[in-house]
Ligand binder design. Structure first.
Ligand code: GLN
Ligand code: ZN
Length: 774
């Protein structure tokens, strides 16, 4: 019997983002629900057909999602907060939870559920919201429909479910719940629904279910460990159920290994790309009743697999367990890599030969499974992989001698501002003369279809570079005018020239290449096309100075220079795997340092270096944090410390639980930090207050991930809340994040309310400081 080749999940969008187009057309009222559902079904059929053609035997199903698989699991378990229940149409309700819902006629104004990063990826999931006494009820509509579809293709699908422990650990209690309520207390309530679901699947003769428990690679509290022990065992003891594969990924099981091997499940999947060294421990403790799915092809990166190295791992497993107890798989779902390298027509052929996207990874998995009983594989896949890897190792294109020399000159003086913050702040106030609670935005303004259309026309050669430049200048000018009219205090140029905050820089730096269709899902219909960082990074010329100085020439108000930080560029790219990430990050930081200095020299008084990804870059295990934070914070400081004291450095971060890394954020020493907080109703700010965060801070006062326009009063309330924990003199007023995904009417309305809210606050502050006798 040969070893089966499997996959844990497939990219959802289609190689040309078909799902995105269908979703947005449906949301925009331009097509019917039926059209969306047809596109989705076509995509699933295509993915399954591909997997079947490539010889995969355990083919995932229910990994597809119209928005997010965690939200799907919430719906499957009946976790639909009461406020959405007035929406009777299931699809409308589903998208209301994901994106919010405003309907003036029906008097509905529903905010979306919270959204947060999926582990250390750039994928965002919807955080299920649980009541303290939450009741669960099975709704398997989606799962069963997809199961049928797969079976109609003569496939034996393996349904993918987010397991009960990870589901609870990734969920959150509704805001009114007591602070100390633990979602794990709901385990006894949720397990019967999982049991019911497994029984339903057993009744339909499903032979395997993949139960994803990625939380098993995290540091778990004793309570969580006990819950795992109890929960997994209880599921395994169910009488009528399919065989269960317990899927773990993104790291090492470590101390949680015994929870997995003691689960009583029929198979375990482990990530041997992130943690190859765990194989021995896993093999040692795997019970005879358990099979092993070895994740040996990187589901998180795009480099061609070193098949010989992966083969060694497969062989070790097969030698110990026998070929029939082993499955070969990617390390995790392929959701995090682009779909198909064959869609790339323009990639540099040498670099292309170093790559592998989802469909190619399936071939690699198949090749490894085929060779599971050979000691020295000679199949063509192996010989081709060997050749490509040898070329990559020897290629002079990955090394730049000037960059290497400069890296050796980096010392502590390069990562320190000259004066301490309070001294710098005094100079900023003198120079900028801003009111208390200054208003600003995070950088981008709406990328309308006009803007995207012009860029596409220019890229396709239908618009000349000069025409495109004129177009962008006109957009920038209008944007400056609008900001002045709205009454903002610190302006931005609008970032119309940028397609994406990382791609824009990658395109101008050496060491990157770009794909045409290398899309990966970020959240909902949003996809990103991460640059491929394959070689040493250098900056041949300035990247943003012309735009910033042009915008500044149009207004007497300060215009912020806008850069993407080194950690974010690293984090949102597919990064070379042939040197430590910290080294690559330092190279980016040096390039940005030159840009920051050029902006300052061109007269820009405020420079924002966005680091939205610094928190998500944190390793999943605490023991690895220190090392990461050392080089990550250092890189930010190298990039931003080359300026004079009177230059104000801003940074921006999104979606983060900063609580535990406040020390490090303070160490970054940005003069002003803006953060995403509005969805969590400023909860985060309390941490900053307790920490006595010393520098200035702009808590986001409205959620830009939804088209909903918040009222002035809502924002006043948030600002009052902010002021109750931090002095007004320390606060800025801004939206949560950049506005590029929004439309102008809602942006203008929301920012007008925001500026009005700041004004209300300033009046209140003045009133409060005026002597009583007056
Ligand atoms: N300056 C960027 C923008 O406004 C920041 C976006 C982000 O942090 N994600 O688009
Ligand atoms: Zn942001």
């Amino acid at each position: 019997m040969t070893t089966p080749a499997t996959s844990l999940g497939h990219p959802r969008f289609g190689g040309h983002r078909e799902l995105k187009k269908a979703l947005e057309s449906y949301w925009g009222g331009k097509s019917a629900a039926g059209d969306l559902l047809t596109t989705a079904a076509d995509l699933r059929r295509r993915h399954w057909t591909t997997m079947k053609a490539k010889g995969l035997t355990h083919v995932p199903c229910n990994d597809f999602s119209l928005y997010d698989h965690v939200l799907d699991m919430a719906v499957c378990l009946g976790v639909v907060p009461e406020r959405y229940q007035s929406l009777r149409d299931p699809l409308e309700r589903y998208f209301a939870m994901a994106r919010g819902h405003q309907d003036g006629q029906r008097g509905l104004d529903l905010a979306a559920l919270e959204m947060t990063k999926w582990f250390d990826t750039n994928y965002h999931y919807i955080v299920p919201e649980l009541e303290v006494g939450q009741r669960f009820a099975l709704d398997a509509t989606k799962l069963l429909a997809e199961l049928e579809e797969a079976r109609n293709l003569q496939l034996e699908p393996r349904p993918v479910l987010l397991g009960p422990l990870s589901f609870l650990l990734l969920s959150k209690h509704a805001p009114h719940a007591p602070k100390d309520a633990s979602t794990l207390a709901l385990l006894d309530a949720v397990l019967p629904v999982y049991e019911q679901l497994l029984a339903v699947l057993a009744a339909r003769d499903v032979s395997w279910v993949q139960l994803d428990e990625p939380c098993l690679v995290l540091d778990l509290s004793p309570g969580a460990r006990a819950a795992y022990e109890q929960g997994l065992r209880r599921l395994s003891q169910l009488r009528q159920r399919p065989r269960l594969l317990l899927a773990t990924y993104f790291g090492e099981l470590g101390a949680n290994l015994s929870l997995a091997t003691g689960s009583g499940f029929e198979a375990l999947h482990v990530d041997l790309v992130r943690a190859p060294s765990q194989l021995d421990a896993v093999l040692r403790s795997l019970p005879a009743t358990m099979g092993l799915s070895v994740g040996v092809v990187d589901g998180r990166n795009v480099w061609r697999t070193d098949l010989d190295a992966a083969h060694q791992l497969v062989r070790r497993a097969v030698r110990k367990l026998g070929a029939d107890r082993v499955l070969v798989a990617p390390s995790c779902s392929l959701l995090h890599v682009p779909e198909d390298l064959d869609n790339e027509r323009k990639l540099d052929p040498e670099v292309k030969s170093w790559l592998s996207f989802a469909n190619q990874k399936l071939d690699e998995v198949r090749a490894l499974a085929n060779a599971s009983e050979e000691d020295a594989p000679t199949a063509e896949d192996f010989t081709r992989a060997r050749a490509a890897i040898a070329v990559r190792r020897a290629s002079p294109r990955t090394r730049n001698a000037t960059v290497r020399t400069r890296m050796r000159t980096v010392d502590a003086s390069m990562s320190r501002r000259a004066a301490p913050f309070h001294e710098r702040a005094r100079r900023h106030h003198e120079r900028l003369r801003l009111p208390v609670l200054p208003t600003t935005t995070i950088g981008s303004f709406p990328q309308t279809s006009d803007v995207r259309g012009a860029r596409a026309a220019w890229r396709a050669g239908h618009m000349s570079a000069a025409e495109y430049d004129t177009f962008l200048k006109e957009e920038t000018r209008r944007c400056i005018q609008k900001q002045e009219a709205i009454g903002l205090d610190v302006l931005v140029h609008g970032e119309f020239e940028r397609n994406d905050m990382v791609e824009y820089f990658g395109e101008q730096l050496d060491g990157f290449v770009f794909t045409e269709n290398g899309w990966v899902q970020s959240y909902g219909s949003r996809c990103v096309k991460p640059p491929l960082l394959y070689g040493d990074v250098a900056r041949p010329r300035s990247m943003t100075v012309a735009w910033s100085t042009y915008a500044q020439s149009l207004t007497p108000l300060p215009v912020k220079g806008m850069l993407t930080g080194p950690v974010t560029i690293l984090q949102w790219s597919f990064v070379r795997d042939d040197q430590p990430r910290g080294e690559t990050c330092q190279q980016i930081a040096l390039a940005l340092r030159d840009e920051v200095q050029d902006l300052e020299a061109a007269g820009i008084s405020i420079i924002q270096v966005d680091e939205p990804a610094i928190r998500e870059g944190l390793p999943l295990r605490r023991q690895d944090w220190k090392e990461y934070l050392r080089w990550a914070v250092d890189a930010f400081k190298v990039a931003t410390s080359g300026v004079r004291d009177e230059t104000q450095i801003h940074t921006h971060m999104c979606y983060s639980e900063f609580g535990e890394i406040l020390d490090d954020i303070a160490r970054m020493d940005a003069d002003v930090l803006s953060i995403e907080t509005s969805r969590s109703k400023l909860e985060l700010l309390v941490d900053f207050a307790h920490f006595k965060y010393p520098n200035e801070i702009g808590p986001g006062v409205y959620d830009i991930h939804s088209p909903r326009v918040p009222s002035r009063e809502e924002m006043v309330d948030l600002l009052e809340k902010a002021r109750s924990v931090l002095p007004a003199s320390q606060l800025w007023v801004n939206p949560d994040c950049g506005l590029k995904t929004r439309g102008w009417p809602e942006v203008e309305a929301a920012l007008t309310h925001m500026v009005a809210a700041a004004k209300v606050m300033r009046e209140r502050l003045e009133g409060a400081s005026r002597p009583r006798s007056e």
